[in-house]
Design a protein around this ligand. Structure first.
Ligand SMILES: [Zn+2]
Length: 290
């Protein structure tokens, strides 16, 4: 069933377990994420991005493609046997958040973490006003999670004082915090600030979100969840696992001198992603729904 962020995250925060937020850019990723959740009986967050015909890479979709994809995703979420939230990841504009809500997203992230604290509060409040009127929940970010393209800023952790004043000014539903992870592939081992997570959980009642969570080890996820992380964004390693499964399939077919057809590669990619998604649902200690 299709639900919003609070429907999944408030219970998870209360009962101290994590919920994975996995990116979905195409039907294969959608099926991998939602069927993994169904097979494990757990709630899940399917993350989209702000599609744009002029964008490069994964964000590039024509208006028609974006519409077809979103209609498919919303339908797949509705018929799922477990709660599924469709969440817009890292959107920097008010307009992008509204477009996603109109297309069927039940949760949006307004990321104004690169702006001043005051501007971040201002735009977050504006998005919340519109989103809440539609029953859609809102995630914001303070501090800064490194790793986006062209990003050269140093480490900037979120402080409990900042979190408290941001929460009091906005009433945001969930908050992405900088606690030592980075986006993408790690070049050096991350230094996670576990005590800071505990202090942040203490400071605000909104669920805490960890970005850049690919590539940590089981024990690190467990500790983050135990200390108070509720939503865990996971994309990079899931996409790498899907690609690796296809490469392996191609190599095996070549070895056996067999012809491969596109559906065979597609299915291998979906299965490769499902394996790592299910593994991480276990690491995040996501509780099954009754
Ligand atoms: Zn992120």
């Amino acid at each position: 069933m299709l639900v919003n962020g609070n429907d999944i995250l408030l219970k998870a925060r209360e009962e101290h377990y994590g919920v994975g937020a996995f990116n979905v850019f195409d039907p294969g990723m959608t099926e991998a994420v939602i069927s993994s959740a169904e097979e494990t009986g757990t709630p899940v967050i399917a993350q989209i991005i702000d599609w744009n015909p002029d964008a490069k890479g994964f964000a590039k979709k024509s208006a028609a493609e974006a519409k077809v994809f979103m209609d498919m995703l919303v339908y797949r979420a509705k018929i799922a046997s477990v709660p599924v939230c469709i969440h817009l990841d890292h959107c920097t504009t008010y307009e992008g958040c509204i477009r996603a809500i109109k297309a069927g997203a039940t949760s949006v992230m307004i990321d104004a973490s690169m702006k001043s604290f005051e501007e971040n509060i201002e735009i977050t409040k504006k998005v919340i006003e519109a989103a809440h009127a539609c029953g859609v929940t809102v995630e914001a970010e303070i501090g800064h999670v490194d790793g986006h393209e062209g990003d050269t800023t140093g480490k900037l952790y979120t402080t409990p004082e900042q979190a408290k004043s941001f929460y009091e000014a906005t009433g945001v539903d969930s908050l992405a915090v900088a606690i030592g992870t980075v986006h993408g592939i790690y070049r050096e081992a991350p230094v996670l600030q576990y005590d800071l997570i505990s202090e942040l959980r203490e400071a605000i009642p909104a669920p805490l979100v960890m970005h850049g969570a690919s590539g940590l080890v089981e024990e690190q996820y467990a500790k983050c969840v135990e200390r108070g992380i509720t939503k865990i964004n996971f994309a990079t390693y899931m996409m790498l696992a899907g690609a690796k499964a296809i490469e392996d399939q191609a190599a095996a077919a070549k070895q056996a001198d067999q012809k491969m057809f596109f559906p065979g590669y597609y299915m291998a990619g979906v299965e490769g992603m499902k394996a790592i998604i299910k593994e991480h649902i276990g690491y995040f200690k996501t509780k099954a729904v009754k």
